[in-house]
Ligand binder design. Structure first.
Ligand code: VG1
Ligand code: CO
Length: 586
């Protein structure tokens, strides 16, 4: 257990973004790039008072290129920094929600974990020429809060040495088992265990949902078929364990279900642009319109991203927007045993750019509603607080983001498979009358609109734009908020133009500068943000929303057209970025 101090120097740009540090793989593999970040994290953990010597560190990743090598490096640094017990997910494979579940396990076998390194750049493409990423999650199972990531970043700017146990043997991560190394003088022992990264998550989901009911009522119907696309990301083995082994569906239910180092050369991002295998099968085009398809389009289709925390939900020739999905799940939460067993859902949360569809449900059903900045870490604090709803000690929380993220407080990350099961649970409840025709995904959503109205919604992404110019554009709009407030453009009046900021209701921490909002007098919204997950360059996100109380059958592009024009005018986007068209529309 001899510790070597490897001399290093600060490296620029190691600031964690919305969800960890993401860069080109080439950057990560060079020199001590990864080492510096990991050492800076341990230094921050010591400052924050984590008990790294007596508790367990968890490591896993989405299986992308460099996952396996990064694991060995982290082990050597962790042991040198005094960590005495490490769990590594077998083959290095663990989805983001599964790692959250594993951190939170408190059984006799699973001892207390102080945190985890998650090796993932999520939906960003993987491979030697694409992206790699690392993220630290805390003992609650959730992404490190800004307090900690700020400290990590500060340490990366002053780091002089990386502590390493260079002699610690490489661990064979392909077999379950233990590697123990004792100090030569017998004073200490470090133990690395290779553990099952799949089972704890499936076991947890089996307590959140009623698998038997889903099987008996829904999956056994001859007129119900489903397909799940793992997009060659980490969820393949989870999907097989869940849909095939636990729920008894045929193997063919899971497609692209083997995790690949480069996700098969695709963006493992479940949306209409990138999940083309699935949308084609489901009879939906890149804009979400129904198209010609084979006769046997499945009743239900879903996909997850590279690290398994995102989800896309489709019915036969029908696309459910993530914002609508959140609202439908909120309105039907009693179909989910986890919520029902705890006295029913009483609180929901959404990120600021997510549509207000769930707000309408919250108002009608008297649920507490929280609006947070983008990124799952803000939901964690709400989940851990005991005072979400007046007079109640604990209440479950349903959360969602427009970026295909949905989940609850069964873990502290968004959870793709949870969302798929939540929809299966809602479909099970809707189809509980024996002999009745199948109630479809489409009919559930349309019924929802009939009650609440429809929030037409879409997002334009302008990827790979010049960072300096994008920053100037945001600064221009920020400066113009006072003069834009009250302005009328076309058929819209801007009731408020502002910069969204957030004060955490639990600990009072402040997050400024979380996006520019143009809130129209009729409730429509235009929002601009710069992405915090881009591996290089900048991505401008433009979010568009218009509420229609009675008209439900238009295509979103027909409804938000004028808002797009206004947004381009207010931002002078073309002038700043040179872009005519977005890279991706979701
Ligand atoms: C994006 C999404 C955000 C999500 C984040 C991490 O962040 O907009 O909603 O939480 O990705 O998702 P940004 O800053 O690029 O807009 V994942 O699945 O990439 O961990
Ligand atoms: Co993800």
């Amino acid at each position: 257990l001899k510790v070597t101090k490897v001399k290093t120097a600060p490296i620029d740009g190691q600031k964690p973004g919305t969800s960890g540090l993401r860069k080109k793989t080439k950057v990560f593999v060079e020199g001590l790039y990864l080492h510096n970040f990991v050492q800076a994290t341990f230094a921050a953990l010591k400052t924050a008072g984590s008990d790294v010597a007596n508790e367990t560190l968890v490591i896993g990743g989405d299986g992308r290129y460099y996952n396996d090598k990064a694991i060995q490096i982290i082990v050597k640094i962790a042991v040198a920094n005094g960590v005495r017990r490490i769990w590594i997910a077998k083959d290095g494979i663990a989805s983001t929600p599964a790692l959250s579940a594993i951190i939170r396990e408190r059984g006799p076998v699973w001892q207390k974990a102080f945190g985890a390194f998650l090796l993932t750049a999520s939906h960003n493409p993987g491979g030697p020429d694409e992206d790699f990423g690392i993220k630290y999650n805390c003992e609650n199972g959730g992404p490190a809060p800004e307090k900690l990531t700020d400290l990590i970043y500060k340490n990366t700017q002053t780091i002089q040495a990386v502590e390493m146990c260079e002699a610690f043997p490489d661990v064979d991560i392909s077999v379950l088992g233990e590697t123990k190394v004792a100090a030569t003088d017998g004073s200490a022992m470090a133990c690395v265990q290779v553990v099952d990264g799949i089972k704890p998550h499936i076991d947890l989901l089996s307590t959140v949902f009623d698998f038997d009911a889903i099987k008996k009522t829904l999956l056994s119907r001859p007129d119900f078929t489903m397909v799940f696309d793992a997009m060659s990301g980490v969820t393949g083995p989870y999907a097989k364990a869940l849909f095939v082994d636990a729920l008894g569906l045929p193997e063919s239910t899971c497609v692209n279900a083997t995790p690949l180092e480069d996700f098969g050369g695709h963006h493992a991002d479940p949306n209409l642009t990138y999940a083309v295998d699935l949308t084609k099968k489901m009879g939906v085009d890149r804009t979400g319109r129904a198209v010609e398809a084979a006769d046997d389009v499945p009743s239900f289709g879903a996909a997850s991203d590279g690290d398994g925390d995102r989800n896309m939900i489709l019915g036969t020739k029908f696309f459910v927007t993530p914002s609508d999905s959140l609202a439908v799940l909120a309105a039907n939460s009693d179909a989910i045993p986890f919520f029902k067993a705890q006295g029913g859902l009483k609180a929901v949360a959404r990120s600021m750019p997510t549509s207000g569809a769930v707000d309408l449900v919250a108002a009608k059903l008297n649920l507490s509603l929280f609006e947070t900045p983008t990124g799952w870490k803000y939901f964690g604090n709400l989940m851990d607080s005991k005072a979400l709803f007046k007079g109640v000690d604990y209440t479950p929380l349903l959360c969602g983001e427009e970026s295909f993220g949905t989940g609850s407080d069964h873990v502290r990350e968004k959870d793709g498979l949870w969302a798929v099961l939540a929809w299966l649970a809602v479909l099970t409840e809707a189809n509980k009358t024996p002999g009745a025709p199948l109630v479809t995904v489409e009919s559930i959503v349309k019924q929802h609109w009939a009650i609440y109205g429809r929030n037409y919604y879409c997002r334009y992404d302008y990827e790979g734009v010049d960072k300096a110019r994008a920053t100037e554009m945001m600064a221009m709009m920020t400066a113009a908020t006072p003069e834009n407030t009250g302005k009328t453009i076309g058929s819209y009046t801007i009731a408020t133009a502002d910069v969204f900021g957030y004060v955490d209701p639990v600990d009072g921490s402040v997050s400024k500068n979380q996006g520019i909002r143009f809130l129209m007098a009729d409730g429509s919204r235009i929002v601009f943000r710069l992405s915090g997950t881009a591996g290089s360059g900048a991505t401008v996100r433009l979010y568009l929303e218009k509420y229609e109380p009675t008209v439900f059958d238009k295509h979103v592009s027909e409804v938000v057209g004028e808002l797009v024009d206004i947004a381009l005018q207010l931002s002078k986007l073309k002038e700043y970025t040179g872009r005519d068209e977005p890279t991706v529309i979701t």
